[in-house]
Design a protein around this ligand. Structure first.
Ligand code: PMM
Length: 286
């Protein structure tokens, strides 16, 4: 059941267990918490609370990636995230910036962010990989095919695991060629991004193939629709987003047991408990 201990990414915390990344979406329209943390003071308070709950890092994003979402302008994105990154970093919180834009990544790192989480894996902005190489920070490369308005039209694969691994490996090669150090790279299959629920389950069921890419793996299953569908009521109503945190914690425990490096979650406390159980359990099996 248990894989090798988690890999690490240079420049980020390295507890002897799977990392827990807390989510702060500074957006009006993210699918599970859109509008809740749009005001900087609310976002800062939330990020501080996630850190106090034990988040190893806090992921701050200013662009919703829910299917169909329209992109904000660069200035709107900057206006949402920079004050939050700046204040959280000043408070000692380890922050990653969730952005597809090189200019946002650069300004966020200048404001104190320690890592760049790019859901497009460098595909959305041709300047991103060179910028991250220049900034010398950890880089999370997610599998992505298109922006939110069209991504679900591209959810077709011969074999989802083989295809995602191949496309991710291509993005990692591009990152390495751009000069990003291998020890700063983590990969992510991008659950829900150009994927159906069945694709997500297939990727979770065959995590070993992702781990075989040789880079630490991040998973973002938190509150996503495939969990809502799994837990639908007898009359077919999906489980509401905010009632999916126990299921998310279950995915965190199983991911940690499988050797995943980091889970990206909305409810940090539950997933921290989950990964701690997985870590302790793993020690007893070795
Ligand atoms: N999912 C979302 C946003 N950013 N980043 C990574 N690396 N992986 C993900 O799966 C991911 C992400 C969308 O979820 P949200 O709207 O709840 O933040």
């Amino acid at each position: 059941m248990f894989s090798t201990p988690p890999r690490y990414v240079d420049g980020l915390p390295q507890p002897a267990r799977c990392l827990v990344m807390g989510v702060v979406n500074v957006t009006p329209d993210s699918f599970s918490d859109g509008g809740v943390w749009l005001e900087p003071t609310a976002a800062i308070a939330h990020g501080t609370a996630l850190s106090a709950a034990g988040a190893d890092l806090v992921d701050v994003g200013g662009e919703s990636t829910r299917p169909g979402a329209q992109r904000p302008s660069v200035d709107v994105e900057l206006g949402r995230v920079i004050p939050v990154v700046s204040e959280l970093s000043a408070r000692g919180v380890v922050v990653s910036i969730d952005t597809m834009r090189a200019s946002v990544a650069r300004q966020a790192v200048d404001a104190g962010a320690s890592a760049v989480n790019d859901v497009s894996g460098g595909l959305a902005d041709p300047a991103m990989l060179g910028t991250v190489a220049d900034l010398e920070v950890p880089y999370i490369v997610m599998h992505w095919r298109a922006h939110s308005t069209t991504m679900q039209d591209l959810a077709t694969y011969d074999d989802v695991v083989t295809d995602v691994c191949r496309e991710l490996a291509e993005r990692v090669d591009a990152a390495l060629t751009a000069g990003i150090a291998p020890e700063r790279i983590a990969v992510d299959p991008g659950l829900g991004f150009a994927k159906t629920g069945e694709h997500n389950w297939e990727l979770l069921g065959r995590l070993a193939s992702l781990l075989d890419l040789g880079f630490p793996v991040l998973l973002g299953a938190s509150r996503k629709t495939f969990l809502g569908r799994l837990l639908a009521s007898d009359d077919g109503q999906q489980r509401p987003v905010t009632a999916r945190d126990d299921a998310t914690a279950a995915t965190s425990a199983l991911a940690a047991a499988a050797g995943v490096w980091c889970v990206r979650v909305h409810d940090v406390a539950r997933s921290l408990d989950a990964v701690q159980v997985a870590s302790r359990w793993a020690r007893s099996t070795r």
